[in-house]
Design a protein around this ligand. Sequence first.
Ligand SMILES: Nc1ncnc2c1ncn2[C@@H]1O[C@H](COP(=O)(O)OP(=O)(O)O)[C@@H](O)[C@H]1O
Ligand SMILES: [Mg+2]
Length: 325
Amino acid sequence: MPRVIAITSGKGGVGKSNFVLNVGISLAMMDNRVQILDADLGLANLDVLLGIRPHRTLEDVVLGRAELNDIIIRTDYKIDLIPGCSGTQDMADLSGEQIHNLVKSVSRGAGDTDYLLVDTSSGISTGVISFLMAVPEVIVGVSPEPTSLTDAYALIKVLKRNGYDGRIAMFSSMVKNSAAGHTIYKKIASASRRFLDTPVGFLGSVFSDEKLTRAVSDQVPAIVRFPTSDIARCYRVIALTMLGQNTPQADYDKFWSRLLNMIVRSAKPRERAAESFNGPEREGSLEHTIHDILDEQRRTRFLLERIVARIERDLDSPSRQGPVI
Ligand SMILES: Nc1ncnc2c1ncn2[C@@H]1O[C@H](COP(=O)(O)OP(=O)(O)O)[C@@H](O)[C@H]1O
Ligand SMILES: [Mg+2]
């Protein structure tokens, strides 16, 4: 049975996808078999960070055009990528029985790995909470921005309110140094312990480093592009910390069932998302609509930043060939 871990955050753009990629590669370099799964329905980008273009994704599996093993991409970095997808109208027509059969076949075909790291969407307003409830370990990324802290706390609170009983850990992202990372951890951990009676573990800090931005625009994982850098060391230390932990029991069928349901339901987010919460119906409220809009804005800003960084780099080195983006 693999160790199944979801990486999430209250707020977008904290460095989740880069965490999944670089910690995943670190674990692989330490002789573990690692799969990374892109389940960020809004902004799936592990393929972009790896510089590859998947021809097939989970969509082909859901629609019966491929087996799970057919879509897994062996990368140059010792990790395998399972490319994700968002829901489509075709999926909205799938019956409950079809989804049930799909879960059985996918769950049978999967599992040939030591670690399955799942990159998810951020925020509490999507079907992601229902999915996280089926994952035995959740890692929350938190950056120093005040909204990142409050959103991370809100996420832990929603998990707890829904009865989550797995392991919750966090990493501090984009911090100046270890002390700054630890300060963030203490804030989250003490609030969670005091008000939610929930322990939160600490995996370590990822420093803010322009090398990471360069690696992103070069489409090469930072740990490979700059193996001796501080940021590479940050990811390796976190991988080592994870290796020292035991493996909680995972319910693999339930995991795939919730994952595929999250994808299928995202085809009709307004009508269906409320079902994915165990708690009272929340979707569609003004508060959630505003939250969605703000989240979307953040995503757009990060995409734009990425494009601008890429253009600036290309302007710096005019000899470089190929398209700007
Ligand atoms: N440690 C870091 N140092 C500097 N910039 C970072 C760092 N982590 C993330 N970023 C910036 O934030 C952007 C989003 O990172 P990403 O890993 O895609 O976040 P998420 O998956 O949480 O949205 C990156 O493209 C990069 O510009
Ligand atoms: Mg991401």
